[in-house]
Design a protein around this ligand. Structure first.
Ligand code: FES
Length: 167
């Protein structure tokens, strides 16, 4: 006798659960993905980011009040930043490639409750997956609950030297 495999949704439907009850079921354990901000979906295609790479190809100060560092983009740990839409975290700073060798650098933490942000190229913004705040690439708030802007830094790319200076 062949055993038919059901996915979780099909299984629950066989139990007679409504779609709302199903949604509630799915939201247990995945609260942040099921808020009323469901229209805000992170672009996971190209924004996984690079973390933990401050020990390689980075010189200078990446945290504190005097941010000033240089990233060697020829280093394999950082080279993904050469791709449009990619972002990386260096200390307290999120650096993103917005295309055509243009970069932005902003404070990495959401000003609402401090969650680390993600850059979304398609939407042209920075997304917080905690409560759905959005920031424009100039650091200003695009969508609450965050109310304060991000800190911004200058990010200048030296294509000849393959280096990015953030200060
Ligand atoms: S921590 Fe970012 S929206 Fe709440």
């Amino acid at each position: 006798m062949e055993i038919e495999k059901l996915n979780r949704g099909q299984f629950l439907k066989t139990l007679g659960m409504s779609s709302k009850a199903l949604m509630a079921f799915y939201c247990i354990g995945a609260v942040s993905a099921c808020s009323s901000e469901d229209d805000v979906t992170p672009n996971n295609g190209n924004n996984t980011g690079t973390t933990g790479n401050t020990d390689s190809g980075v010189t200078g100060t990446t945290s504190g009040t005097t941010i000033d560092f240089t990233v060697d983009l020829s280093n394999s740990k950082n080279s993904k930043l050469l791709t449009s839409g990619e972002f990386a975290i260096f200390g307290n700073v999120l650096v993103a490639n917005t295309g055509s060798n243009n970069f932005i650098a902003v404070s990495k933490s959401c000003t609402h409750q401090g969650t680390q942000l993600a850059y979304r190229k398609t939407e042209g913004d920075l997304f917080c997956n905690n409560h759905g705040s959005l920031f424009n690439t100039d650091g200003s708030v695009k969508k609450s609950p965050a109310e304060s802007s991000l800190k911004t830094y200058s990010a200048s790319f030296d294509a000849a030297g393959n280096k990015l200076k953030v200060s």
